[in-house]
Design a protein around this ligand. Sequence first.
Ligand code: NI
Length: 133
Amino acid sequence: MSVVRFSISLEEELLRELDQFAKDNSFANRSQALRNLIEKNIVEKKWHCNNVVAGAIVMIYDHHKKDILTKLNKLQHDNHEVILSSQHYHLSHDICLEIIAVKGLAKKLTDLSEKLISIKGVRHGKLLMSKTD
Ligand code: NI
């Protein structure tokens, strides 16, 4: 594959962050770091498709937040066909860690995780997906 050179304009702050990202991840240069970021982003976009994938939704939340457990529970029941299992850990008096194993159309898993993670009281959430074939 031929390599094309082009120039880009970036704010100084963003360039510093790019250099830091390259350093933190041991990339040889900015091109390599940018290539990685672009590929990662485009691959993630491709996940918004009709491929069947498997993965996990990992969430950290405060179970005291009003209605959070009801909302989390309802969403999971509404999507039971893509949920394989879930594990709940009480990390402290307030904070819970929940790991939901999922399998289904990437688009559906992405939608479900976005809905779960956007519930008020969810402090952190991430969906990890992988091809199953
Ligand atoms: Ni808990």
